[in-house]
Design a protein around this ligand. Sequence first.
Ligand code: 3HC
Length: 311
Amino acid sequence: ETSAEQRRFDEIIAADSRIEPRDWMPDAYRKTLIRQISQHAHSEIIGMQPEGNWITRAPSLKRKAILMAKVQDEAGHGLYLYSAAQTLGITRDEMTDQLITGRARYSSIFNYPTPTWADMGAIGWLVDGAAICNQVPLCRASYGPYGRAMVRVCKEESFHQRQGFEILLTLMQGTDAQRRMAQDAVNRWYWPSLMMFGPPDGDSPNSAQSMVWNIKRFSNDELRQRFIGMLVPQAEVLGVTLPDPELRFDEEAQQYVGGEIDWTEFFEVLAGRGPMNAERVRARREAHEDGAWVREAAAEYARKTTLRQAQ
Ligand code: 3HC
């Protein structure tokens, strides 16, 4: 016997409408949204570190200003997403604590190092490019605050992707050393960017339910395919080679088919054993501890202001 609330919820989902914070929702719907939105927010915040590493070493003032703007955007994306997650009942402190104690997931992609400037191009072109493929459908997620946060995020991601492409194009039109640096970065970021879309559909425990609830609109493999289809012509314009010798267009399936992704690497990174996992969590914990005095001062100031207003 389904309750009136469950029937109401089912009607809203069936009509492809929005669930809002005050609406009744099944606990499992709330739980999977807190899971996905908090992890998405953590990804944005941790994602500031690989690029932040090059703000003081950008090759020109223009590149420095663009990179700073991009990293600041990521912080803003994290803020929207933490706020969206808070509408579901989890607090900012709980989410931050989960992240700095190493208990929270965030996107595997940010656990790789950024040894050269060309990484800034590869991250913009590949990582933000993948993020766009993944985030555009999320603008239509059934949970209102999440879908609406994505609209603003996607607009800014497009700038992130274009500036990355432009960095690589500039390098590819430069000296042989610059061309080698760009190709090396593409070689290191290509496969991990495909892993951003999640495990193969057959190994994706959350997909089926997320698709029933109109949270996930396309499967992990479908979006991964779409991303590769987007990359091939752009790689040709750049003059870089995608590091998959088996990549070819399957006329029958009318899509690109490539070599096997190394899922062992994926699950190793998810288990915390990627090249930079410990460093990323340590840096985030340190930033949180270093910022404690600011939070205390702001709280004390707010307390005194309230006291004064009450007198
Ligand atoms: N990194 C880390 N964990 C991952 C992952 C990845 N690349 N891909 C999947 N996982 C985790 C899932 O979280 C899940 O674990 P959990 O149940 O403990 O949360 C498990 O692996 C199985 O994966 P599923 O496919 O079953 O999980 P989902 O249905 O949640 O799909 C997802 C995974 C496609 C990443 C989905 O969660 C999603 O769309 N998330 C929102 C988008 C997002 O987080 N993107 C990260 C990119 S970072 C970014 O966009 C910043 C930009 O500015 C560059």
